[in-house]
Design a binder for this molecule. Sequence first.
Ligand SMILES: [Zn+2]
Length: 342
Amino acid sequence: MNAEQKQELLKSLPLADIHRHFDGSIRPETLWELSETYYSAVPGLDFEQFRHYLQWDDNLDNTLLDYLDKFHLPLQYTQFYDNIRRIAYELAEDAYDDGIRLLELRINPLIHRRAGLTNRQVLAATRKGFSTFGKEHPDFKVGIIVIAMRNHGGNMARILLREVVGEKEEFHNGVGVVGFDIAGHEAPFPPILFKDAYSLATKMGLMRTAHAGESEGPERIWEALEYLGPHRIGHGTSAGQDKELIKRLAADGIYLEVCLSSNLHTGAIDKLENHPLRRFLDAGVKVALCTDNPTVSNTSLSKEYGLAIDAFGLSENDVRALAKMSCEGTFLADGCHCEFPE
Ligand SMILES: [Zn+2]
């Protein structure tokens, strides 16, 4: 496919992104404006230097730490209701402009509470921004996934769940919480620590995903399957090393949320061609192509499709099937509402 054909094809498809983080998707321009208007995070910078605090640069960045450093600066501004609401609205707008018609946005409310907001207020601000955009664009559907940080431990995850259950989609008209996730440093915090939290999430009727097998090996994915009962796995990249695991994922219909640029930047893969995406697809594993953090990785979902087409030689039919499968992996109660051209 040449560049024009790719663009044409992607434009014709309703895209879905079901793995995208709030903090890694904020417009640099918005943070710059907030920095200029009322609180300068790093005095004396021009916009391009400021942008480097938020966005990966192949010439300057090369470690996992460089990647994680991009998440600090936004927190200076995401402690206030109005800012969170505005960012959620813009995030929906950016997704929509990229051809996305179904978005699941994940957020860890705890890290946005430094100015006194409660977990529920953080989620309410996010819902508000989304529902305002949704009213203007009825063909856009969005839901929220609540993240518990691994390093906060299993008990904190349960406390968080009890607080946020009132923000569930079904209790509100329109946008709400649809799922639960754990994220953060994998090695010291294995899935078993969150067994009780996931059974509580199940009891609460929340759908479940879990970051696993991103920086750690396939055993962490096996453990996630055993202890957490997830419908989907965030990344699951190291499953590529384990044929039995690939078979199991395919047999149980468990989705892998694949984020190519992010995996490259965090070091989960050394080059795109070595990502197991093609093997997952060939083995019948359900895959959703996602962005993870479009601002940090300086990408968009359509760019990620472009990367996948080039790296794995995807045909038009492959791309159509991948887009449809990505949408069908949704946790939204109404499912994938998109119509895909034959
Ligand atoms: Zn993620």
